[in-house]
Design a protein around this ligand. Structure first.
Ligand SMILES: Nc1ncnc2c1ncn2[C@@H]1O[C@H](COP(=O)(O)OP(=O)(O)O)[C@@H](O)[C@H]1O
Ligand SMILES: [Mg+2]
Length: 504
């Protein structure tokens, strides 16, 4: 189960909210633009119409001959009322000085008949309006008329026979308001539908996209609870981020499982290796305890045996400790090593006690940045193995070193022993791995030697490899170490390469 907090703040909900917010914002902006554009277009159209109406009206007045204002007013009334081509809403009016306002829709200007059933208050207001409108206001204006609401008006002066007459036209703005309402309504309807569709759509998409993540979270929870079995199923065709993530996730689980498995095996092996000497010690002490008066020789025999087993255990524990330390950052105490001196001294010490033919081959002059104690231990482990796998007396063990690529020193230990089984070249570096041959011949230790060699060399950033390229098909181990600086030939105290065959 996902924790509740995660479910509430889940990606699909956040995704849905974000998409919806963006959608609503863009609909809002589009709405504002369409509304203002529609309004201004309609207003421009109305203004253009008004200009046309008034200039037509002015032209027809130009044709009239001069006369008394009353005659002019009645001519104007005839003219404005007889305009069959005008749209019904258009208001036409003429203001003749002294004669008031003449219009095709006089009721809009407050000139109603008394029987219209209005109260006196309304009549007072209408009279005020009529007086106000009867004064000419040249140019465009917007007025509120009795029944038509807001009306856009244009008035212009015309001179007829020396008299200044004002002609005007008006268009009710009702059409603009209706158009605006239409826009608002359609946007509300379409917007609601779109937002609803977007919310549902993005929730579904979000659910689909995040489904693998939720599966992964469930698997992680099961792993957390100790079950290492479950895996993500990744279709072959899936190459997107989710596919990459799922593959990496599976690989990580694989490694985790492998890690747990090898740790369990390691603990089992270590316990087994420790139990063997303990059993021997216990057995010997029991034998000794059975005899109430043991001879001094018997006591010494048991003591020797017990001491040997304790030594074996100490070596094992030391090896285990070293392997555990190898994973720590401060495992190495790196120093500058003079390679030639270091290897010859090490070689002299390690070859002193065994009866083999020891050969020291080429060793380059130069300095290596490495931990001298750890590196010496790795080389000694290899020499000991070579000694263990070669014949007493005439078996050959050889050490040489060379600069394989610039900056890389290779230390190689070869022998003329039986070599390593083909399937075992990699496995011999595993902890506690010993070949059947070594077990049968009871040579070597508990199988940690090469694991330690590899751990030390890898801590130096190098690699340790095994092959059967030794002498006469024997084993050859190579340690590749970075951080080597060759000494320029002729500089410093070069001591001629020692290549000798020593039999101890
Ligand atoms: N020089 C060698 N020649 C042949 N086999 C070797 C050689 N060195 C190591 N091996 C194989 O590698 C195995 C692991 O070696 P190692 O880790 O040192 O353990 P151990 O020496 O305790 O057996 C050995 O059991 C042996 O089978
Ligand atoms: Mg060994």
């Amino acid at each position: 189960m996902l924790p509740e907090r995660t479910a509430r703040a889940s990606i699909r909900w956040r995704f849905t909210v974000w998409v919806s917010v963006v959608m609503i914002a863009s609909i809002g902006v589009t709405f504002a633009i369409v509304l203002s554009e529609t309004t201004s277009r309609l207003r421009t159209q109305i203004d253009r119409d008004l200009k046309g109406e008034t200039s037509q009206l002015a032209q027809s007045f130009d044709l009239l001959s001069a006369g008394p204002p009353a005659a002019l007013a009645s001519a104007a009334r005839r003219y404005v009322t007889a305009q069959p081509l005008r749209s019904i809403g258009t208001v036409l009016f003429v203001i003749v000085p002294g004669q008031g306002l003449v219009s095709n829709r006089p009721e809009l200007f407050g000139a109603r008949r008394p029987d219209d059933g209005e109260n006196s208050k309304q009549q007072v207001a209408e009279n005020e309006l009529a007086t106000r409108l009867a004064r000419p206001r040249l140019g465009f204006s917007t007025q509120t008329l009795a029944d038509a609401g807001s009306v856009r008006m244009l008035e212009r002066p015309v001179t007829v026979g020396g008299m200044r007459v004002t002609v005007g036209a008006g268009e009710p703005l009702g059409s603009v308001t209706r158009a605006r309402h239409g826009v608002i309504q359609s946007f509300l309807l379409a917007g609601l539908f779109v937002v609803l569709a977007v919310v549902i759509g993005s929730y579904l998409v979000g659910t689909r996209v995040t489904a693998p993540l939720r599966r992964m979270a469930r698997i992680a929870a099961r792993v957390d609870a100790g079950d290492l079995e479950p895996r993500m199923d990744v279709p072959e065709s899936r190459h997107d981020e989710i596919g990459v993530l799922a593959t990496a996730f599976n690989r990580m689980l694989e490694r985790l499982e492998e890690g747990f498995r090898s740790q369990r095996a390691f603990i089992a092996d270590a316990s087994h290796e420790l139990r063997t000497p303990l059993t021997v010690i216990q057995g010997q002490l029991e034998v000794l305890a059975l005899n109430p008066d043991p001879e001094a020789a018997e006591v010494r025999r048991v003591e020797r045996l017990v001491a040997a087993e304790i030594n074996r255990m100490r070596r094992l524990v030391d090896d285990l400790l070293l392997l555990a330390q190898a994973e720590r950052m401060d495992f190495l105490a790196v120093d500058v090593i003079e390679v030639r001196r270091f290897l010859t001294q090490l070689w002299d010490g390690a070859t002193l006690t065994a009866d083999r033919r020891f050969e020291l081959g080429e060793v380059p002059d130069g300095q290596l940045r490495a931990d001298p104690d750890r590196l010496a231990q790795a080389v000694r482990n290899l020499i000991n193995n070579a000694v263990n796998h070669t014949r007493l007396g005439d078996g050959t063990v050889r050490l040489e070193a060379l600069e394989a690529t610039p900056g890389e020193l290779v230390i190689a230990i070869s022998d003329d022993g039986p070599g390593i089984g083909p399937g075992e070249l990699e496995r011999i570096f595993e902890r506690f791995h010993r070949s059947g041959y070594s077990r049968a011949a009871a040579i070597g230790g508990s199988g940690l030697g090469l694991a330690i060699v590899r751990a030390i060399i890898e801590a130096h950033g190098g690699t340790a490899t095994a092959s059967n390229g030794g002498l006469r098909g024997g084993a050859r181990f190579e340690l590749h170490l970075p951080g080597f600086r060759r000494e320029a030939p002729g500089s410093a105290n070069r001591d001629p390469g020692r290549s000798a065959s020593v039999t101890n």
